[in-house]
Design a protein around this ligand. Structure first.
Ligand code: GBH
Length: 499
């Protein structure tokens, strides 16, 4: 009788614990990117990137007129970063290679000895600490030389990127088994070619869409290079990291514009890769063709794919890489309503207004509104649209102004978003295989400079030593990673009760 009761309690307790536990094999990590942390902008033979050019030639482009010439000085302090990664017990660390640090001229004829040495040190250092390196090839720091030749609007960049990828695979693929080709093609093209990020070109109508086609082809060529020349030997996995917000309709009447806004903002970068049919999302392709015609263009501004290109891009993934931060409510703009460039990529092209709900808390980044359920909805939508694909959340995180180490808002953000990941896994059977916190440490937040901070660890940018300090959120995340579960205290309670 007594035994039965104990068994019953155990079963209930276990169920409770299990429902808060991440599935076996679930991987936890944290991320950074080269330009945002490294500094050493002209160390050794490193080439100039489009961000170096931007911060030096147009300081007003950055809110606090700062730059990342030194940033976190991770070019020199990388061992310190690895110590933090190890301290948190992370399974992996996602960082990026600076293309112009490895290939100073952008082309693969000359490999920098110091660049090679630096990334080897980081990779070997991680492995020595039992942490898997997850390497991004392109996190926005294009060699300026290639920008001068047209950058992502020049179709030749597809092969230049494949050449660069081959160099990286040749040097590092024996020790790196997870690769991200391109971080946020949407930011690269719609940010870079609507004048919001480097190279700061304003050409939404043509430039951004040429870029869209070429980043997809470049990603796919790099994927095929790996498949054909490295996969059999190293068995690694590759994908691209798309930035996707959750978009929901404001009213029932706004469903159609919401679907189109999703396709324009994210489907443009995911449908060609993950859908069974490949190519552009059909509704968007029709819309862009009609619109271009109305505007007097002889052909669609959304550049057509050939059949070969569709096949090349289709299926060029081993998992789905997702960067997610925030949500929007979509409605059709009123006639004559003017929407600003900053109202989001879908505004000007589609006449879609992107709003937020008043009760969604705002982070230090004005665009970052907190709506944890958005992540679960998005994960479900990805599964619904593209099938039962493995999903790696490659970025998720929260910004504050960085003045305190006691960052309860960030802890709440992580707790609430991780809870939604768990629900997607347990309730909706979405195959999320890992989660990456953005970011390991405070860093250069692009046009926001150092005014908003995403770090689990703070960095004091006023000190030449760039000291790092753990925020409360670093301790919180560490406890989640240790327990492989949320609500760590409840796990402890259960053990005490049955002991
Ligand atoms: C990521 O970008 C980057 O990968 C990373 O480098 C960066 O530090 C981090 O996130 C934090 O910003 O108003 O709906 O049009 C996210 C970039 C910025 C892209 C906001 C979308 C406009 C949203 N996102 N942007 S919207």
């Amino acid at each position: 009788m007594c035994l039965l009761v104990v068994v019953g309690v155990l079963a209930v307790a276990n169920e409770r614990v299990d429902s808060q536990s991440f599935p076996p094999g679930f991987q936890f990590g944290a991320a950074t990117s080269a330009y945002q942390i490294e500094g050493g902008w002209n160390a050794s033979d490193k080439g100039e990137s489009i961000w170096d050019r931007m911060v030096h030639s147009r300081p007003d482009f950055i809110d606090d007129r700062s730059n990342a010439d030194v940033a976190c000085d991770s070019y020199n302090l990388w061992e310190e970063d690895l110590r933090l990664v190890q301290e948190m017990g992370l399974d992996f660390y996602r960082f990026s290679i600076s293309w112009p640090r490895l290939l100073p001229h952008g082309f693969s004829n000359k490999i920098s000895e110091d660049g090679r040495r630096y990334y080897n040190a980081v990779i070997d250092g991680l492995r020595a600490r039992g942490v898997a390196p997850v390497v991004t090839l392109y996190h926005w720091d294009l060699p300026q030389r290639l920008q001068d030749l047209g950058g992502w609007t020049n179709p030749l960049i597809v092969e230049w990127f494949a050449d660069y990828a081959r160099v990286a695979f040749t040097l590092f693929a024996d020790r790196v088994s997870t690769w991200i080709t391109i971080n946020e093609p949407g930011s690269v093209c719609d940010g870079g070619y609507r004048g919001l990020l480097a190279p700061g070109v304003r050409d939404r109508e043509i430039g951004a869409l040429l870029c869209t086609k070429h980043v997809l082809l470049a990603h796919a060529r790099a994927y095929r290079v790996y498949q054909e020349e490295f996969k059999a030997k190293y068995l690694g996995e590759l994908s691209i990291a798309n930035q996707e917000s959750w978009y929901e309709p404001k009213t029932d009447q706004d469903m159609e514009i919401t679907l189109l806004a999703r396709e324009y903002s994210f489907g443009r970068y995911s449908h060609p890769i993950y859908s069974a049919a490949g190519g552009w999302p059909p509704a968007l392709e029709r819309y862009m063709a009609d619109n271009s015609k109305k505007e007097g263009y002889p052909r669609s501004r959304l550049p057509a794919f050939t059949q070969d290109e569709i096949q090349l891009v289709k299926g060029s993934f081993d998992f789905y890489g997702l960067n997610h931060y925030t949500s929007r409510v979509v409605r059709a703009a009123a006639p004559g309503e003017s929407l600003s460039r900053r109202a989001g990529v879908a505004a000007e092209e589609l006449g879609a207004a992107l709003e937020t709900r008043p009760h969604w808390k705002t982070a230090a980044s004005s665009w970052l509104k907190v709506n944890p359920e958005g992540l679960r909805n998005l994960l479900k939508l990805i599964k619904q649209q593209y099938g039962d694909v493995k999903i790696l959340i490659t970025e998720n995180g929260y910004s504050d102004t960085g003045h305190q180490l006691d960052d309860h808002d960030r802890i709440n953000y992580y707790k609430d978003y991780l809870e939604q990941v768990l629900l997607a896994v347990t309730e909706d059977a979405v195959r999320v295989v890992g989660y990456t916190a953005w970011s390991l440490l405070d860093n250069f937040e692009w046009t926001s400079g150092y005014t908003s901070r995403f770090g689990l660890y703070s960095v004091d940018f006023t000190s030449p030593m760039r000291p790092r300090a753990a925020r409360a959120s670093a301790r919180y995340y560490t406890s989640v990673v240790r327990a492989r579960a949320l609500r760590v205290t409840r796990v402890a309670d259960t053990h005490n009760a049955t002991a």
